[in-house]
Design a protein around this ligand. Sequence first.
Ligand code: ADP
Length: 698
Amino acid sequence: MLQGHKPPPKILIADDDDVMRLMVKRMMEHDDYDILEATNGEECLQIFYEQLPEVILLDAMMPVMDGFTACERIQASPEGKGTPILMITALDDNDSVDRAFEAGASDYLTKPIHWAVLRQRVRRLLKTKQLEHNLQQTIAQLDVLHRIDRELGYTLNLERILDLAMDTAIRWTGASACVVGWIEDELQQLKRLANLGGTELLANPVPQDSLQYSKQFIARIFQEDEQYYTKELDAETSQLIIPLIVQGKPVGLIGLDRVLTSIVNTESIEFLIQLASRTAAAIDKTRIYQETENQAVQLDQLYDISATISSSLDLSEVVDSMTRGLTVLLNASSAFFCEYDAQKKSLTVHNQFVIEGMKDSLPDKGIIFHLTDDIPIHYLFEGPFNLDFGIPYTKENLQQSLASYHVQSSLIVPLIDEGTLMGITFVCESRFERHFLPNEITLGRSLAAQAAVALKHATLYQNVKDLEQVKSEMIRMASHDLRNPLTQIMGYLGLLEKTLGDRLSKQEVTFMENARRGTERMDSLLTDILNLEKIESQREAAWQDVQIVSILGDVVDSLRAQAEFKSQAYVTTLLEEDVIVKGSETQLKQAFTNFVGNAIKYTQEEGTVQIRSEIKDSRFYFEVEDNGYGIPEERQEHLFERFYRAHTPGTEHIEGTGLGLSLVKSVIERHGGEVWFSSEVDKGSTFGFWLPLSKNNN
Ligand code: ADP
């Protein structure tokens, strides 16, 4: 225990009467005092400054300098101010008593002295002085604690609080240096957070794991449950450590070097403990604030990265953003993604990413790791986890492999979608050994979950794209292969018709006619299928600014003859000025053609077809209205589906494929627009769509 050995209080007796001094000394011997003597005022002053006694017994009448003057001088000096002085006087007159108090005496006694009274008075003066001293010390302590509390209240400046705490601790104890140590979660070690003055205390960080077993002095607070520890350095100085406690657990310490053993007592220790508790709260609060701030930043990043990953359907883009995203989000130096093959139980490196400036060398694309049979694969489903925790070892021992790639730490992030392991991303750190923290693991898990879904979508999309490719190829091949024999049949039919001419019976002529119509239908079916295929496989990248009004004009003109052939009224209300739509000219031409063509086709002779276009709300609107057959309500639902034909009574003779409307819908929607229609049997139909205008319009 550091409690200082307290010397007996010093009492100075100033009296020119030797007998008197001797008597006083004798009488006071019962109590444990250190008695000092002076024979006149001047000597009294000299001894006072040398020894700084706690109490002075001062005779009023002395040679060289009287007691009143000596009293005044002492009280006027900074060292002497407030020193209890008991004036001893032979004079019992009121003037002398007044003079004694005016000079700053605390009390007075008249001769002859009543010894019991003297002893009592001296004790009381000492006690008062002690109380006053304690009070002042408490006020000073409270002042410091109050300042720290205030700083705590409005600042998150850890440095300032630590400086204040260390400075106070040094002043309070006379220590040569002060250190504040804290357990860094990320590095998992106890290390210096700050220090004032040079000391060996906590010069090197101590791994958190070994704190329980370390023989170092500073480790004691993590092993036992004391409020402080001291270690003697020599007869006068010691080292002192006080734990910094958060939620009942020591998480750091204040260490003081070369503390003056004599100065440190129970009160000082109590104050230091209070100081430590405030310092711990300050560090904790700042840490929490920093953590919260970091988490907010990380959540923001998580959101952005997730959005980026999910925004693409391209498999390699998704994998690339996921690998980069995890590296950045977890503040690591690199990452690589391995695809998992469930049958072979193997991981194949798919891609890698290294932060610029880092020197990580990672396993090359295509390298295969085989998982050992004894590691149940379901273990991975509990991830992400730090690789240094062991498991899932591979036959090639992944951990060793990574070490050879200069990876110091790695986090295994499995990508799992609906219970299927799709792959694993290894997030690596090559700069220092690192233990990924629980909140980082949570972040990794969130991103991995999103990435797994995106990965699945991209894989599906890739499959669909591959299938579409095959389908397009098949359609193209089949159509071409069909077209050749069909052309031959049509040719031969024509030849037959010509050569046989009049020799054919009436019935045979009808047969020939039917055969020709059949081949023509097949031909238009093939044309439609090929058109649709061409349009669907056309890429948006090739889109241009299209002058939509003039395209519509071309279509209207090209179909006019058909309408006139059926003696229909062909009414057009088109825009005078052209506008621009971004898109494919061929596809849009096809869309107009199909709508207008249908209106002519599904309207009886002498009917009316009206074509209109206008601009409204930055959109180009087009519609075509006819007063033809119309479509029964119950057949309207599937109208825009491929190969759907409404088979309205009266339209049976009209040939078609049921592909036209589905084509218009897919073209218009691809261009960011919408189609609509309304129809009533025997009254007619209106078909229309709108398209967004290009930004390139004036
Ligand atoms: P197709 O005309 O080749 O049969 P579409 O996809 O163009 O194929 O049209 C699908 C069906 O919608 C047509 O079979 C027809 O029954 C109906 N239809 C399309 N346009 C009209 C219209 N203007 N009036 C009446 N029926 C129509």
